[in-house]
Design a protein around this ligand. Structure first.
Ligand code: PRP
Ligand code: ZN
Length: 297
């Protein structure tokens, strides 16, 4: 294959991961001259281009070296690795990306009597993930028929082409709509940055390292909240103990109120209403939770 000096990232052309993936790359400072209907997006600032493809094709494109990295669901990546496609073993998850969360689960008709995986013996299971399902069935020592379908897996029991299914579940709405209930979770999934275990040794490798650094910053900021509040010195210890994630707060005096303090803390992750109410009960007031836009430590 011809050597390339530009990094190429594969991602889903249209689907649940497309918008958040593009948004994440934009936040990393990557912009593209894009015609969304086309397969290829040329990177404007940095030497990073996008290839927009079917998500099932992404691991293969990386394994073949057509793309250097891919943004893809862990479900798709692991299916490829379990299916032992060419070069599958050398693919790895470089970063979990925190969006597109879903799970790969077994679901059975609501009225079926189900006590555990052993009840699947002899049944036909429809799925788009035959490799992951096959591995799980082997682990459980269950002998069942696996029927591979490209889509519309959830209607297979009603059509009589399968008894139960193994499919992705996000809200659970699809299962309810088809009178199915989730019984076993095979895999917790989210979008990941996938790539070969060993990165290219040329300029592309440097670009990957830069991208990983920016990604880490973007992900950290996205999950951080700045908490501001006022507390009396006597309540300080109780309030501090309740700060989500146990951050080290910064304390500032309040002019004209020597017994009061302003507290500022960077919390990792959401700060919920319930947590705020608890902190308030401990003696805090004037509380603010702010998103963090940029951070440079
Ligand atoms: C997935 C999955 C289910 C549905 C689950 O399909 O195959 O059908 O989402 O989501 P829910 O639990 O929120 O209802 P998707 O819509 O991504 O399309 P596909 O089946 O064509 O891949
Ligand atoms: Zn579906």
């Amino acid at each position: 294959m011809k050597p390339r000096d530009r990094l190429r990232i594969a991602m889903q052309k249209s689907g649940r991961l497309t918008e958040p993936a593009l948004d994440l790359l934009n936040r990393c400072g990557l912009t593209f001259r894009q015609s969304r209907d086309k397969l290829f997006c040329f990177g404007e600032g940095e030497p990073v281009d996008l290839l927009l493809v079917r998500d099932d094709d992404i691991p293969g494109l990386i394994a073949q070296g057509v793309c250097d990295l891919g943004i893809v669901g862990r479900n798709v990546l692991n299916e490829f690795k379990n299916g032992a496609g060419n070069g599958a073993a050398s693919l790895t998850e470089w970063r979990p990306l925190g969006f597109g969360r879903c799970r790969l689960s077994v679901a059975v008709p609501q009225d079926m009597n189900y006590n555990g995986p052993e009840d699947l013996a002899g049944l036909r299971i429809a799925t788009s993930y035959p490799a992951l399902l096959g591995t799980w069935l082997r682990e459980k020592g269950v002998d069942a028929g696996v029927i591979t379908l490209a889509g519309s897996v959830e209607i297979a029991p009603k059509l009589g082409t399968a008894d139960v299914i193994c499919d992705l579940v996000q809200s659970g709405g699809t299962l309810v709509a088809n009178q199915l209930r989730e019984t076993d979770v095979l895999l917790e999934s989210e979008a990941v940055l996938a790539g070969p275990e060993t990165l290219p040794t040329d300029e592309r490798g440097d670009m990957v390292e830069l991208l990983l650094k920016r990604l880490d910053g973007v992900i950290q900021v996205r999950e951080s909240r700045l908490l501001l509040l006022q507390t009396s010195r006597t309540s300080l210890e109780a309030v501090t103990r309740l700060l989500p994630g146990g951050p080290q707060p910064t304390l500032l005096p309040v002019a004209g109120q020597p017994d009061q303090l302003m507290l500022q803390a960077l919390c990792a992750g959401e700060v919920s209403w319930r947590q705020l109410e608890e902190i308030k009960k401990a003696g805090a007031r004037e509380m603010f939770v702010l998103p963090v836009e940029k951070m440079l430590a």
